[in-house]
Design a protein around this ligand. Structure first.
Ligand code: GDP
Length: 313
């Protein structure tokens, strides 16, 4: 992912960096190329417009054009704007490194800062990778962070869904809530949380049902589960390959359910990366995790500064 953007923007910025002097026209020409590159990478048009209008006044400022290295300064301005747009804080990684902290981790990771068991609600369309991502998160929390994790499938529509999560749990060595046939989603969520409390679990992952498209019934069910479970994190799982559709899905879930973050899957495919930028811009919610393959350890934290650095070359 992001490769298309990287090759396009990398070229623009290579040229810009090497220029010893710049005029306002030079900067505008470069920004036109940035605009085309973002559109080609599938970034939504309003987001592209906001981006360009956000950087233009800073980039064509006289203090930049008159400086000794105007090209490099424009590149930095665009870079910092991109970091912000991806949900990061420009310079935060540098600051973290100076203070001996792990760069980017605090911002991009799951927030478990709540009384145990911490409820995490997984939402999204069917086929987005929701159940797989639930298993990946459970694996990571239990192996790397030594958390005692319980998973529960609230998908009572697809007969195999609850079984699928159970098998996944066995693969990653994480407990799943025993299946009670016919139990409705809200009741499963409540039972998962009371079991979590009773048996001393740190985290309870609730994998909700998906649909092929957003419908009122799906939303009503997810909202009812949210109200019952009061999740500390509500993560949307979205398929990066679906581009603008994923952005619309994110906007709809955020409006109706309220998200705390997004897990973007299939970034190992040839998605052009624009969805990540658009989703953050449209929902204001951070991309927290990236799914990078079918294997259960193919999960990465999202680092805005690293991604921006990669995009600009
Ligand atoms: P759900 O219906 O949203 O629960 O989707 P599943 O978790 O069942 O995933 C659907 C398919 O996508 C499965 O074949 C997964 O192995 C695959 N999948 C999930 N995440 C990723 C990912 O990050 N990369 C790739 N390549 N495949 C993924």
């Amino acid at each position: 992912m992001f490769d298309g953007l990287q090759s396009r923007l990398g070229d623009v910025f290579d040229k810009l960096r090497r220029r010893a002097s710049l005029s306002e026209d030079d900067v505008n020409a470069a920004l036109r190329e940035v605009r085309v590159a973002l559109l080609e990478a599938d970034v939504a048009l309003p987001v592209v417009k906001d981006f360009i209008e956000g950087v233009r006044p800073k980039a064509v400022g006289q203090e930049v054009l008159r400086s000794v290295t105007p090209g490099q300064q424009v590149v930095k301005i665009v870079h910092d704007h991109l970091v912000e747009m991806l949900g990061g804080t420009p310079g935060a990684d540098e600051q973290a490194a100076r203070e001996g902290r792990y760069p980017g981790a605090a911002e991009s990771d799951l927030d478990l800062n709540a009384p145990a068991p911490v409820p995490i609600l997984m939402v999204g369309l069917q086929g987005s990778g929701k159940t797989t991502t639930t298993g990946k998160i459970a694996k990571r929390l239990s192996e790397k962070q030594r958390k005692k994790v319980l998973m529960a499938s609230l998908d009572t529509r697809r007969p195999a869904a609850q079984q699928q999560l159970k098998v996944l749990g066995e693969q990653v060595g994480v407990a799943t809530l025993p299946i009670v046939p016919g139990e409705p989603p809200v009741a499963i969520a409540k039972r998962a949380l009371s079991t979590g409390k009773l048996e001393g679990y740190d985290v309870v992952l609730l994998d909700t049902a998906g649909r092929l498209a957003i419908d009122e019934e799906l939303m009503a069910e997810v909202v009812a589960v949210r109200d019952a479970a009061q999740p500390h994190e509500t993560l949307l799982v979205a398929d990066a390959m679906t581009g603008q559709d994923a952005v619309n899905v994110a906007a709809a879930f955020n409006e109706r359910v309220g998200l705390t973050g997004i897990a973007l899957t299939r970034v190992d495919g040839d998605a052009r990366g624009g969805a990540a930028l658009s989703m953050k811009a449209v929902t204001g919610k951070p991309i927290k995790l990236l799914g990078t393959g079918e294997k259960l350890d193919a999960l990465e934290a999202f680092h805005p500064e690293r991604v921006a650095g990669r995009i600009l070359g």
